[in-house]
Design a protein around this ligand. Structure first.
Ligand code: AMP
Length: 229
C-alpha cells in the first residue's frame, strides 16, 4: 500500500479466497516469488504443527482429516506465531485465511494494531464440480512444496522436482474424494460469506480461476500491481 506525504508505507496484505482446489496455494507462491511477498498458508502451518505433534497440531489433524474447519483459537495461535517472524514485514499473501467471520474480524483487529490494511481480497471463482478432479490428482514435492498434478502439471523430468531437484513427492491425506466433499461444504457454509464481507469493505476482486495457471497468475499480478502502485 502507498501512503500519502509524510506517512510510512505499511507492508501489503493480500487475501486469496476460494474453495479447495481453486489454486490458492499455487497462485500464492507465484505472486510471492514475483513481488517478494511472503505466502502464508494456515493449512501448511497446521500440517506442520501436526507433524511436530504439538497438542494444537494433534487436535487440528483430526479435524483436517474429517474435512472440517479447525477451531479459530488454534488457527489464530499458529498464525500469530508465524506473524511474529520478521520476514512478514515484506508483506503477505494469505492463502486459506480467513475462513470464518470470526477469523476475518480477528484479522481486522490484528491489522488495526500494526497500522496495516487489506490491499485486496481476491475471490478465485471456480465450478465446484471441477474441484474434485483437480484435487484428487494433485501432489507436491516433499522438500520444497512445489505443486504438481497427474493430469495437468507433471515435472518436466519425470520424478524430479522442477523447482528444487527433489525426488520425493507426497499427497495430502485430506485430498481423498470423500474428504474433499466435506471441505467444499465447509467452504460454502463458513467461508463463502466472506466474499460479501470484503465486497462491503470495497476491497474485493473476482478472478475467473477455471483457466490456465499462467493466465490466472497474470490477472492476479495486475491486481497486486494496481493495489500497491
Ligand atoms: P488448506 O491447506 O488451506 O486446503 O487447508 C487444509 C485444512 O486445514 C482445511 O480443510 C482445514 O481443516 C484446515 N484449515 C486451514 N486453514 C484454516 C483456517 N483458516 N480455518 C480453519 N481451518 C483451516
Amino acid at each position: 500500500m502507498s501512503g500519502g506525504a509524510g506517512t510510512v508505507t505499511a507492508a501489503p496484505v493480500f487475501i486469496l479466497l476460494g474453495p479447495p482446489g481453486a489454486g490458492k496455494g499455487t497462485q500464492a507462491r507465484l505472486l510471492a516469488e514475483r513481488f517478494g511477498l511472503v505466502p502464508l498458508s494456515t493449512g501448511e502451518l497446521l500440517r506442520a504443527a501436526a507433524r511436530e505433534g504439538t497438542e494444537a497440531g494433534r487436535k487440528a489433524q483430526a479435524v483436517m482429516e474429517a474435512g472440517a474447519l479447525v477451531p479459530d483459537a488454534i488457527v489464530l495461535a499458529v498464525l500469530a506465531e508465524r506473524l511474529a517472524r520478521p520476514d512478514v514485514s515484506r508483506g503477505v499473501i494469505l492463502d486459506g485465511f480467513p475462513r470464518t467471520a470470526g477469523q476475518a474480524e480477528a484479522l481486522d483487529r490484528l491489522l488495526a494494531g500494526t497500522g496495516q490494511r487489506i490491499d485486496a481480497a481476491v475471490s478465485l471463482e471456480v465450478d465446484d464440480a471441477a474441484m474434485i478432479g483437480r484435487i484428487s490428482g494433485r501432489y507436491a514435492c516433499a522438500a520444497c512444496g512445489e505443486g504438481y498434478h497427474d493430469a495437468f502439471k507433471q515435472p518436466s523430468r519425470p520424478g524430479v522436482c522442477d523447482r528444487c531437484g527433489g525426488s520425493a513427492f507426497a499427497r495430502r491425506a485430506d485430498d481423498r474424494a470423500e474428504t474433499v466433499a466435506e471441505r467444499l461444504k465447509a467452504y460454502h457454509a463458513q467461508t463463502a460469506p466472506l466474499i460479501a464481507y470484503y465486497e462491503g469493505r470495497g476491497v474485493l476482486e473476482r478472478v475467473d480461476a477455471m483457466g490456465e495457471i499462467p493466465a490466472i497468475a497474470a490477472q492476479l499480478g495486475a491486481i497486486v500491481e494496481r493495489a500497491t502502485a
